[in-house]
Design a protein around this ligand. Structure first.
Ligand SMILES: Cc1cc2nc3c(=O)[nH]c(=O)nc-3n(C[C@H](O)[C@H](O)[C@H](O)COP(=O)(O)OP(=O)(O)OC[C@H]3O[C@@H](n4cnc5c(N)ncnc54)[C@H](O)[C@@H]3O)c2cc1C
Length: 373
């Protein structure tokens, strides 16, 4: 019996990963992306070992590893004193404990690598400039209507239309994303020649703010992300920093502000033949650097479900098995944001604990996240 394609609304990281999941399990996928062209939007993304394993499962790791950068370490520093609080080596014990490497990439390069992997599958069609305006479903199937009036039928529809998903808000009323209270300033600059440890992921923990920077791309650009509370001025933050960080933060000519938001917890990511994936399902604040990783993990599970179902209807409710893990990532993201921006005695205690913790213990506490995928 001929199967209808899997319809995907949204051609970001989650949408293209969902199409790859369909392709590696022998299904056709039809992706509709609102943007006419895929632009160089966004900045850097960290890909922990769990993200790498998910990329391997959907058959995109070769393309992604070709564009990704391998930072030798994550360095945690006090933004006010400038002192290094902890140095986490990312090769050796880290990689063998978690079974995959740690990488960083420009978001557009990651997206481009996923598109390159998708281009190898004739069963995937991706159409830009196609905003999904409406969806309908019944017991036999699902269909979507584009802004230009076209309609398309499918077996199931994956809504991968991002944090502010229109499909989620239509099918799950009252699920608008929530502002978390912080503004994230992002920028990309040429790698400063004298920047100490510029090839590493550097996390500067401040008093009411934090800053992360790491290199992306072959042409050695530096991705800088500064997280502040709403109303806090970047100049006031820079004044509080140690000279080394002050010098760096004075370099960018402009910053792109971004509201930190999260999607309220839903009872299910599936309603009938419609399933939410990626940020549309569980977008969260980025302080644990796991948003894309969770989207890629969703897609890896989707591939398993489609493969197991064969020609039978897929039980998408199994996607909800990921809810406890995704909820734990959300809680960890919120908690990490507070820890990285802690003030006074709490910041001093944080630094002490991070400095004293044995390496093995530091890594073991990350096993729940990085070992599984
Ligand atoms: C500052 C910052 C730093 C981050 N750092 C990390 C990190 O280090 N590691 C990590 O893993 N994650 C990180 N994230 C999170 C990560 O960027 C997101 O989780 C991820 O990109 C979400 O992908 P997505 O495809 O679900 O959503 P999106 O990227 O939002 O894609 C949704 C797509 O759907 C399209 N669309 C929307 N509506 C429609 C419609 N009606 N019809 C058709 N198409 C539509 C949009 O145009 C878009 O292309 C970070 C996020 C931020 C803000």
């Amino acid at each position: 019996m001929k199967q209808h394609p899997i319809l995907v609304a949204g051609g970001g990281i989650a949408g293209v990963a969902a199409a790859l999941a369909a392709a590696v399990s022998g299904r056709d996928a039809l992706v509709f992306e609102r943007a006419a062209a895929f632009e160089e939007v966004g900045a850097g993304l960290q890909l922990g070992p769990n993200a790498v394993k998910a990329l391997q499962r959907i058959g995109a790791w070769d393309e992604v590893s070709a564009i990704a950068t391998a930072p030798p370490a994550i360095i945690l520093r006090d933004a006010v004193s400038g002192r290094t609080v902890r140095h986490v080596h990312l090769a050796g014990a880290f990689e063998s404990l978690f079974g995959a490497p740690y990488r960083v990439a420009h978001r557009a390069h990651l997206h481009g690598a996923l598109l390159a992997a998708a281009a190898k599958h004739p069963s995937i069609t991706i159409r830009g400039g196609c905003a999904v305006e409406d969806i309908q479903q019944n017991v036999d199937g699902v269909s979507l209507t584009l802004q230009n009036g076209e309609t398309h039928a499918g077996d199931v529809l994956i809504a991968a239309d991002g944090m502010r998903s229109g499909i989620r808000q239509k099918v799950w009323p009252g699920s608008a994303s929530i502002f978390a209270g912080q503004i994230i300033y992002r920028t990309l600059i040429d790698m400063p020649s004298a920047l100490e440890d510029g090839n590493c992921v550097n996390l500067w923990m401040g008093s009411g703010f934090h800053c992360v920077h790491y290199p992306v791309g072959r042409e050695a650009r530096l991705n800088i992300v500064l997280t502040a509370h709403e109303g806090q001025l970047t100049d006031d933050i820079i004044d509080q920093c140690c000279p080394q960080l002050q010098d760096l933060l004075a370099m960018p000519k402009s910053w792109l502000p971004w509201e930190a938001r999260h999607v309220p917890a839903l009872e299910s990511w599936v309603k009938g033949r419609v399933a939410l994936l990626g940020d549309a399902a569980h977008g969260t604040v980025p302080y644990f650097a796991q948003g894309s990783a969770m989207a890629l993990e969703d897609a890896a599970l989707l591939a398993d479900l489609l493969r197991d179902a064969g020609t039978l209807p897929v039980n998408f409710a199994h996607l909800n098995k990921r809810m406890p893990r995704v909820a734990a990532v959300h809680q960890a993201s919120v908690r990490q944001g507070k820890i990285y921006s802690a003030k006074g005695p709490v910041a001093a205690a944080r630094n002490l604990v991070l400095r004293m913790m044995p390496d093995r213990q530091f890594l073991t506490q990350l096993a729940w996240l990085y070992k599984n995928a």
